[in-house]
Unconditional design. Structure first.
Lengths: 153, 153
DNA sequence: TCCTTATTGATAATAATTCTCATTATCATT
DNA sequence: AATGATAATGAGAATTATTATCAATAAGGA
């Protein structure tokens, strides 16, 4: 079972409770940290583990975890939201290449040092200029994957 | 009325037709290039110009223009998609600071030369490595604006 | 163990987006 | 300018993801 002391502590501090359901959902997410889960996928797996879990609770939990910064919510343009665990917070950080032809998502993690450093400086500059406390960011590249680019419709 | 020869040509090439409705929608978008239009907003304004325009057509047109790369579709996490015209393609390019407290969106256009150059190099490197034809990208920073950061709930 | 209250499950409700299909408008060709 | 093939449209129904409601339950401090 998923037992992350950091997250547990975060919740206690906020007067929240670490319930069975929340642990199961965190567990599901942590088993495939690289996967882009839809709410439905999470529901199906969690429901298999504990059939009393309801759909609404999955949504509520995902919303809560997103607000806490434990997971991140994405939109790839197919009408349903996707969720990923934010491991440690820097380790798993990556961006996406979204194919607008077939919907395939490629994760992109090969940051150059230059790139990382620039993002940090940019965040700092933006924070100061706009008095904006930045929690995280997303970068998504849209285009056509090799398969879709070949068969030009 | 909106008469952009580039877009018109693009459509002809694809066997598409430049209809009244499409021109009106492009016109609406071009009047406020900096605005983040929801489909409903576009429908209301377009409908005022020509009351025969239907909601479904607005969606269809927005989808088409997005696929053509004429406009760009965004998701700020409030459940409805937003659309912006891609002027010329470089001129209006900007990113967003999204306040997760109140939903406010701040546009961020102050790119450093370094930043622009790095993005170009990154896109080129990604294209080659993943055989992915990049059309555009989005960068969004999430966090709290000054107002929401002060009144810590 | 008890008590307060955060959380949950079930289901109804909502809201954005898409589908269907008969009708209409565009534009290349006469 | 008239014609014809067909892309595009409007109206409304249908679909689908997500949220709200509310009585019942369970977490965790005392």
């Amino acid at each position: 079972m998923f037992g992350n002391p950091w997250i547990h502590k975060r919740m206690m501090q906020e007067g929240l409770r670490m319930t069975q359901t929340r642990m199961i959902i965190l567990d599901v997410l942590s088993k495939r940290p690289e996967h882009h889960f839809s709410a439905e996928e999470i529901f199906i797996i969690a429901h298999r583990i504990n059939p009393t879990i309801g759909f609404a609770t999955v949504y509520r939990t995902l919303d809560l975890l997103t607000r806490l910064g434990v997971i991140q919510k994405f939109d790839f343009g197919d009408g349903k939201a996707r969720y990923e665990l934010m491991m440690g917070n820097k380790i798993s950080h990556h961006h996406h290449l979204v194919c607008t032809g077939c919907g395939k998502i490629i994760d992109y993690t090969d940051f150059t040092d230059e790139e990382k450093e620039l993002m940090e400086r940019t965040e700092k500059a933006l924070s100061e200029k706009y008095k904006f406390k930045i929690k995280n960011h997303i970068i998504q590249f849209y285009g056509l994957c090799n398969d879709c680019n070949v068969e030009r419709r």
